[in-house]
Design a binder for this molecule. Structure first.
Ligand SMILES: *Cc1c(COP(=O)(O)O)cnc(C)c1O
Length: 370
């Protein structure tokens, strides 16, 4: 074989998913392990989603509805948009990919922050785009510097709000000021994967920003069923955007990008308001509880508007991560992101939170961090 791989592909570092539980148990010989590393919903999918999926299984010999008619219309009604302003994807990851495919050609620039969601830069690199990466400033998107690096080659700006991994949100006034200065030739993508968990007073009104683009740059909001709706394994996300943008995303997407089970499962989850509200309440309670208890252990916890938070463990984060694995608890080391002494912890169920606290106390002592 003599086939050459292009340099932009050869230099990609694959996305590091959280360690799967099965792999942990196999490698470390532990059982009953728990994963608090991937910001998933610990209370499972909504029972209504499971039921809808079960009923839909008999139709698996058919292609899914390529237009996602029912789910798109349900979202449109709920959010107050029309169906041609909503695009569904195989996770919001796929919407990120569609945006880059549609708008970024070789040599075009895309601005992102570091650290932030790793997929933006990866997809830009695949498409031969140029990543312009701006470090967070005090754990927040550095909007001033982002404005300063916009050129006539800039096509997209990705802002995860709240940011992953810091959990910090952009102040609405800062964002409004920022958007008023971004050229109209640039599209600003607000990745709102965790917006459900935010205090309502801190939320940006992204929907009115999308509607009123007169004399201003376009705005796209990305949402997902993977977090608050508990359907990470199903892969459904969506973007809300001006219809002129949606048209281009439909041009580049695969015809059946959201599978049939995902369409019916997401629709049922969307209608299960009680499950959703319960997730938000229990997440908030869990976050407060974990932060209180971890602070008592001598670590510093960072405030978060999401279902995860950063902890300064005051010692090598990867060593702590490894040590936690032997206790059967998976967290995320932030060392690969440049935060050498931080781990990111996802709020778990009440039982999981207690289990994590026991393991963390044990490991901190064992490593003499506190
Ligand atoms: C989890 C997450 C997503 C969601 O991705 P899906 O493909 O919808 O599962 C998107 N953006 C950020 C910042 C995330 O953390």
């Amino acid at each position: 074989m003599k086939i050459q791989v292009p340099e932009n592909i050869a230099s990609i570092v694959p996305y590091p998913p959280g360690k799967p539980l099965e792999e942990l148990e196999r490698e470390y010989g532990v059982t009953g392990s728990i994963k608090m590393a991937s910001n998933e919903n610990p209370w499972g999918p909504s029972p209504r989603a499971i039921e809808a999926i079960r009923e839909s299984l008999v139709n698996l010999h058919r292609y899914p509805d390529g237009s996602c008619y029912r789910l798109t219309h349900a979202l449109a009604d709920k959010l107050g948009f029309s169906a041609d302003e909503i695009v569904l994807g195989n996770g919001s990851n796929e919407i990120i990919e569609m945006l880059v495919k549609a708008y970024v050609q070789t040599g075009d620039e895309v601005i992102t922050s570091h650290p932030s969601f790793l997929m933006y830069q990866k997809i830009v690199q695949v498409r031969g785009g140029v990543n312009i990466v701006i470090p967070l400033s005090r754990m927040q998107h550095d909007l001033t510097t982002i404005l300063a690096v916009i050129t006539d080659k800039t096509r997209l700006i990705f802002l995860d709000n709240p940011n992953n991994p810091t959990g910090s949100p952009i102040k609405p006034v800062d964002l409004y000021g920022f958007l008023s200065k971004v050229p109209e030739s640039v599209l600003v993508v607000l990745d709102e994967a965790y917006v459900d968990f935010m205090d309502p007073e801190l939320q940006v009104d992204s929907f009115s920003l999308i509607r009123n683009t007169k004399g201003r740059c376009g705005v796209v909001a990305l949402r997902t069923f993977s977090k608050a709706y508990g359907l990470a394994g199903l892969r459904v996300g969506y973007g809300v955007m001006p219809s002129q943008v949606a048209v281009n995303l439909h041009r580049v997407r695969q015809p059946f990008n959201v599978n049939q089970l995902a369409q019916v499962g997401a629709l049922a989850a969307l209608q299960d308001e009680a499950f959703y509200q319960q997730t938000l309440r229990r997440t908030r309670e869990g976050l407060i509880f974990l932060q209180q208890e971890i602070t008592k252990l001598g670590c510093k916890c960072y405030p978060s508007q999401t279902n995860f938070f950063l902890v300064d463990v005051q010692g090598d984060a990867t060593a702590l991560y490894e040590s936690m694995l032997y206790q059967g608890v998976i967290v995320r080391s932030m060392k690969p992101y440049g935060y050498n002494e931080m781990v990111r912890i996802t709020v778990g169920s009440e039982e999981e939170n207690n289990r994590l606290l026991g393991a963390l106390a044990h490991c901190l002592r064992e490593l003499s961090y506190v």
